[in-house]
Design a protein. Structure first.
Lengths: 121, 116
């Protein structure tokens, strides 16, 4: 059973260039998340989708960041133009909505991809 | 205020001994869930254990157990019989809100080093 697949694993780019990160969630999962990890700020949620619809994008830093989920098996996170402060590890994660649970918080864990290490010079 | 607080930036433990990693949380919701993840030096995030706010018993998964003290809002991870492979960053996370299936809020993590 394949896990969450992210590409590329590493990306080095120059300031001002466009960067596109890709994610294939686990088949059948309802939710897809994009997180960013830095030493200073830890793991921060950027955006998440439910059934391909963006639910919360309040963590997207600014208009330079955009995310799409055109279908249940693919999502992209785009940074245009990139800046050195965008350097971080970007994680994609997916989860399955817990069935039969009403009135309680869902217990489904997030399954993470291996991340994309982005370096903007 | 931080939602998840992990007060130990780094911890050392002798191989084969038990270790407790602290986590306190802040929420006004009655329904919430607490998760622990392990991040080895290779970078992947590995789910370890889950505790729901309505669960009456502390969660256990193999060598991992959760010391859940609801009144104190703490959910400490206990690793028994530490192994060298347990050396990693450990993150506590919370999902809050009745019916919520979404986002996890993560703490800053604790770096555990297991000494031979």
């Amino acid at each position: 059973d394949a896990g969450v697949i992210q590409s590329p694993r590493h990306e080095v780019t120059e300031m001002g260039q466009e960067v596109t990160l890709r994610c294939k969630p686990i088949s059948g999962h309802d939710y897809l998340f994009w997180y960013r990890q830095t030493m200073m700020r830890g793991l921060e949620l950027l955006i998440y989708f439910n059934n391909n619809v963006p639910i919360d994008d309040s963590g997207m830093p600014e208009d330079r960041f955009s995310a799409k989920m055109p279908n249940a098996s693919f999502s992209t996170l785009k940074i245009q133009p990139s800046e050195p402060r965008d350097s971080a590890v970007y994680f994609c994660a997916s989860s399955l909505a817990a069935r039969g649970q009403t009135g309680v918080v869902g217990n489904s864990p997030l399954h993470f991809g291996n991340g994309t290490r982005l370096t903007v010079t | 205020a931080q939602k998840i607080t992990q007060t130990q930036p780094g911890m050392f433990v002798q191989e084969k001994e038990a270790v407790t990693l602290d986590c306190t949380y802040d929420t006004s919701d009655q329904s919430y869930g607490l998760f622990w993840y392990k991040q080895p030096s290779s970078g992947e995030m590995i789910f370890l254990i889950y505790q729901g706010s309505y669960d009456e018993q502390n969660a256990t998964e193999g060598r991992y157990s959760l010391n859940f003290q609801k009144a104190r809002k703490s959910a400490n991870l206990v690793i028994s019989a530490s192994q060298l492979g347990d050396s990693a960053m450990y993150f506590c996370a919370m999902r809050e809100g009745a019916g919520s299936q979404g986002n996890l809020i993560f703490g800053k993590g604790t770096k555990l080093s297991v000494k031979p």
